[in-house]
Design a protein around this ligand. Structure first.
Ligand code: NOJ
Length: 550
């Protein structure tokens, strides 16, 4: 099979949550010079692209996903010159830089919103204003999605925080302003966009009344047909002129819609969420349901095979999710083995892998002691709403669940060394450092050839050398097995076989009949292997093996 190669299909993306990566000036907040100082580290790891979460000017109500000025850098992170230095340092090592594009909403302190609330000229209809809330939609975080603005004397829609008003994409002036801003960044030499909740930009007209139905407003229309139209237009007007990578964050997206986005509308890939919901209660955001591997396998396999000519993204964690090893692995006894097993999975599936900072050393969830230690607006808004409505009487009732799901688990500072504050800052960190940093840190991982970090490096290098891992057809094997996730990737006679104990208790795994075992050689494994024959394997907890033949 001849493959159409694109650089972003062969890339491994590393996500940097700027405020938690590395602080260069001792103010306790990670910054751009701090990232520049670690470019060699990224290069050594072997990743190809950095996705930088928002560093734009912002009141930081939602840690920067509330943008006040799209064309300037927040002082906490540095200056535009610092950003340019980071861009150049990355490019000098052939690493690319993808920026976060947050255009479903702005900050309520953005000039557009200020002018809109004053009904100034073309800005009057830049947002969704209504005399009365047309429905009882809630924001994602539990309060009403409609808030009254004194100055304008009307309610505005916000699917997220009260400080994140939704832009009215039906207004062509809004779209033109956004496209111009995108061009401005592209001309500054960026290599793509990660597009925040981009399937929410298309909203039904009129906004429906929906007396019943899901509580979150976004659930009533996510991936409305106009989302496809607007994204296609964005591609025609802007993106098609540049060789860049685009990944749309698309909550609730179906395989069919994802195929459309990636084959007809111009997006390179999307982030789907189905595998993130597998252990999440559909109605209670803090409840955790039991992880069902078979269901997980069904979901992942559907996405592996359902996109036609479209391309996948693969991720297990990011700044909105618990730590990968705490959620899908075992962050106790088998932390190292399970983190490596998950790495094997992330890097051998079809699609561009997105590795979240700290996962490459197996960072874990944080033991938060009090609500005060949480920084995330989502956590605080949700708890407030739950207290207000009497759903809970005190935070303590759900502390364990909140501590598990909190987005702050992933936002806790990157653990570089065993020195104070994990070497993240010389000052007071803005958020709690995980107390396990003396054992889990980059310096320790560098000194240990068996560390998770080395495993990532090895696997990233192996991935780059095997087209079958990047472009091969995916086929699941042993679908009915409750403990093992196993699949092949095949391209032009090259075959890769992946076998992973995904629950830490697999025991014996027999390769099903029909899977050719001749010629298979071991390529990578997370345990030392005495007997590489894949026919019958006595899998140790979280054991992962990758074989290939050509
Ligand atoms: C998704 C982002 O990843 C998340 O961090 C943010 O809170 C929401 N979108 C709103 O922008």
């Amino acid at each position: 099979m001849a493959v159409d190669r694109e650089w972003w299909q062969e890339a491994v993306v590393y996500q940097i949550y700027a405020q938690s990566f590395n602080d260069s000036d001792g103010d306790g907040v990670g910054d751009l010079p701090g990232i520049t100082a670690k470019v060699d580290y990224l290069d050594e790891l072997g990743v190809d692209v950095v996705w930088l979460t928002p560093v734009y000017d912002s009141p930081l109500a939602d840690n920067g996903y509330d943008i006040r000025d799209y064309r300037s850098i927040h002082g906490d992170y540095g200056t535009m010159e610092d950003w340019e230095r980071l861009r150049d340092a990355l490019h000098a090592r052939d690493l690319r830089l993808v920026m976060d594009l947050v255009v479903n909403h702005t900050s309520d302190e953005h000039e557009w919103f200020e002018r809109s609330r004053r009904r100034e000229g073309k800005y009057e209809d830049y947002y969704y204003w209504r005399e009365e809330p047309p429905n009882d939609w809630e924001s994602l975080w539990g309060d009403s999605a409609w808030t009254y603005d004194e100055e304008r004397g009307e309610y505005y829609l916000h699917l997220f925080d009260v400080k994140q008003p939704d832009l009215n994409w039906r207004n062509p002036d809004v779209r033109a302003d956004i496209y111009e801003m995108m061009r401005w960044w592209l001309e500054k030499g960026i290599d793509g966009f990660r597009m925040d909740v981009i399937n929410l930009v298309g909203k039904p007209d009129p906004i429906p009344e929906d007396p019943d139905g899901p509580r979150w407003g976004g659930d009533h229309f996510a991936t409305h047909e106009t989302a496809h139209e607007f994204i296609r237009e964005m591609d025609d007007e802007v993106l098609s002129e540049y060789d860049v990578m685009t990944v749309g964050e698309t909550p609730r997206v179906s395989v069919d819609d994802a195929r459309k986005f990636t084959t007809e509308d111009g997006l390179d890939m999307v982030f789907q969420f189905e595998h993130m919901h597998v252990d999440q209660h559909p109605e209670d955001p803090w409840a955790r349901t039991e992880f069902d591997l078979r269901e997980f396998k069904r979901i992942m396999s559907r996405w592996q095979t359902g996109l036609g000519q479209g391309w996948n993204s693969v991720y297990l964690g990011n700044h909105d999710q618990p730590r990968t090893v705490s959620r899908f692995g075992d962050d106790g006894e088998y932390r190292t083995e399970s983190a490596k097993a998950l790495a094997t999975f992330l890097l051998t599936l079809g699609g561009t892998p997105f590795l979240y900072q700290g996962d490459e050393i197996g960072m874990t969830n944080v033991p938060f002691d009090t609500l005060d230690e949480h920084r995330d607006v989502w956590t605080h808004d949700e708890i407030e709403a739950a207290l207000d409505t009497g759903r809970i009487d005190s935070f303590d009732e759900i502390a364990d669940q909140v501590n598990y799901w909190s987005r702050d688990n992933a936002r806790s500072p990157m653990q570089w060394t065993a020195a104070e504050n994990a070497g993240f800052t010389a000052g007071e960190p803005w958020i709690k450092v995980n107390p396990n940093f003396p054992e889990i840190n980059v310096a320790a991982a560098r000194g240990d050839r068996d560390s998770v970090l080395y495993y990532y490096r090895d696997l990233i290098a192996v991935r780059a050398e095997h087209d079958a891992i990047i472009y091969g057809d995916y086929s699941q094997i042993a679908a009915e097995n409750d403990d093992v996730f196993a699949y092949t990737r095949t391209l032009d006679g090259e075959r890769v076989l992946v076998v992973i104990d995904f629950v830490g208790r697999a025991g014996r795994f027999a390769l099903p009949d029909g899977v050719e075992r001749e010629g298979l050689e071991l390529l990578v494994a997370n345990y030392g292997i005495a007997d590489p024959d894949p026919t019958e394997i006595d899998l140790r907890p979280w054991e992962a093996r990758v074989y290939h033949d050509e």
